[in-house]
Design a binder for this molecule. Structure first.
Ligand SMILES: Nc1ncnc2c1ncn2[C@@H]1O[C@H](COP(=O)(O)OP(=O)(O)OP(=O)(O)O)[C@@H](O)[C@H]1O
Ligand SMILES: [Mg+2]
Length: 484
């Protein structure tokens, strides 16, 4: 190869080297930039991890059952580490005054700030970071300068819009404040406020529930007292009624007996005279007998005796009826409770009262034959049905109809007894269950039928209702629980 050829080859070689150097430079730059990018992404990832670790630790507070100061301490510790603060302090505000608090970090004591200063700070809504000099607090300045503190961040914990806890974070000189992290901590402090609000609401709901429970208890007590006093009152009413009702017939029976005693005395005198007259008719006895007859009027006495005896019999029958009614009621507690079929109970009672019904009443029975048996005293329920049937028959003046229906509704057996008799005014309906209330004549009704029926149905855990229209008729409906 000659010199010329060598030079050409060298130039070519140089050219190629320059090209490969350029390529190397380009590739090196590319690698460097991707390393930088990766570093940046890595830093981002680390930041994101720190952020999510921090938020997670705050979110965990919502699930736990920490008390307030413990929760605030955890929040402070986490936030301090996250923001890079040297110290932190929390202070509770109560009734607009600074209450207890605590300092976290390597310092025991930081002079406290006044509630008015906190108020001033929080009135500047968009600014929570202050340099130490901006605080304008003589008390705290020397201590913070001593610890080389440059900035303070104030984060409030608000419960129902009111600041209840102040969290302060103290940053050393030279520590850069990361606005993003500060914002995250601010969001976390709102979360703590929400947790407090939730637990306050829960407490309020619990208190409300306890209050409702207590008032329900009180109501139940008052109700049972009422039932008791009502029972006592109706017992008293019943006793007074019995005394009154019995007193009246007994009073006139006694006065009749008195009169009868006088009559008997006169008759005895007359009888003795007549016996003497039989033995010796001439002894002026006849004259004595005539005088006695004129004085006493035996014709009237003999007529009156019949009336007095009839009247007394009526009075005594009334007393007997009252006593019989009360006795059947008193006995009701002794009877044993048994399962029985209401339809057959109705059939039996209809047979008993048939004599009262047959001449002027047409009876229509619509009894549900799938009715379940009920628990109770068949005799007593029979008495209730009888009382209502007799009342219905008595309310029908000429001819009329009585309907008996039975059916099941939920867990109850319903018995309806309907008549097209004379019906009742509202004033009468209001009183029909009162003992001794009657619109019937003295010898016709005691007024005990429905009050006793009411007591029996009540004891069976059931209810009795009436619907009536004057001139139209009446319907009594009885509901008895199947599972009593
Ligand atoms: N089906 C009815 N139609 C119209 N009035 C009625 C009916 N049932 C009851 N009453 C009214 O209710 C009052 C009270 O009834 P309750 O059965 O308690 O007593 P009573 O029938 O008067 O007397 P007793 O039942 O002792 O014979 C009756 O006097 C009557 O005025
Ligand atoms: Mg009656």
């Amino acid at each position: 190869m000659n010199i010329e050829e060598y030079r050409i080859a060298l130039d070519d070689e140089r050219h190629k080297r320059r090209a490969s150097d350029k390529l190397l430079d380009e590739k090196t730059r590319e690698v460097q930039s991707s390393i930088a990018m990766m570093q940046h992404q890595f830093d981002n990832l680390i930041e994101q991890k720190k952020e999510s670790d921090y938020l997670l630790s705050v979110a965990r507070l919502a699930q736990g059952d920490e008390n307030l100061s413990h929760m605030v301490q955890i929040f402070l510790n986490e936030s301090m580490a996250y923001m890079g603060a040297k110290l932190a302090r929390y202070t509770f505000i109560q009734d607009k005054k600074v209450a207890a608090g605590n300092v976290l970090g390597d310092v025991q004591e930081i002079p406290s700030l006044s509630a008015s200063l906190y108020k001033k700070i929080y009135s500047k809504k968009d600014r929570f970071i202050f340099s130490v000099d901006d605080l304008q607090c003589e008390k705290i300045l020397p201590v913070l300068t001593h610890y080389r503190i440059k900035n303070v961040a104030f984060l409030p914990i608000k419960k129902f819009t009111r600041v209840t806890t102040v969290c302060e974070f103290y940053f050393e000189e030279g520590v850069a404040l990361n606005q993003e992290r500060l914002d995250q901590c601010m969001v976390a402090s709102y979360q703590i406020g929400a947790i407090l609000e939730r637990s306050a609401n829960k407490k309020k709901i619990e208190e409300g529930y306890q209050e409702i429970k207590a008032s329900h208890e009180k109501l139940k007590q008052a109700q049972s007292q009422l039932v008791h006093s009502e029972k006592m009152a109706s017992l008293g009413q019943l006793a007074a009624g019995v005394a009154h009702e019995i007193n009246n017939p007994i009073g006139f029976v006694m006065s009749n007996v008195d009169t009868l005693k006088d009559y008997a005395q006169s008759l005895l005198e007359y009888f003795n005279l007549s016996r003497q007259y039989m033995k010796n008719p001439l002894d002026g006895i006849e004259q004595q007998m005539i005088q006695l007859d004129e004085k006493q009027d035996f014709e009237f006495i003999l007529k009156d005796i019949h009336e007095l005896i009839g009247e007394s019999e009526g009075g005594l029958k009334r007393v007997k009826d009252i006593v019989a009614n009360l006795k059947s009621f008193a006995r009701s507690d002794e009877e044993k409770s048994e399962e029985f079929q209401i339809n057959s109970c109705i059939d039996n009672i209809v047979k008993v009262v048939w004599n009262e019904l047959k001449y002027h009443v047409t009876l229509h029975k619509t009894l549900d034959n799938k009715l379940p048996k009920i628990h109770g005293h068949e005799g007593q329920i029979g008495q209730v049905i009888m009382n209502i049937l007799v009342n219905a028959a008595q309310s029908i003046e000429a001819d009329g109809d009585i309907y008996i229906f039975t059916r099941q509704a939920d867990r109850q057996v319903i018995i309806e007894i309907k008549d097209n008799g004379k019906g009742m005014s509202q004033a009468v309906q209001d009183k029909i269950f009162d003992p001794f209330f009657t619109t019937k004549g003295v010898s016709e009704g005691t007024g005990l039928g429905l009050s006793i029926s009411y007591g029996i149905i009540d004891k069976h855990g059931g209810s009795i209702d009436v619907q009536s229209e004057e001139g139209e008729g009446t319907c009594f409906s009885i509901a008895l629980p199947i599972d009593h």
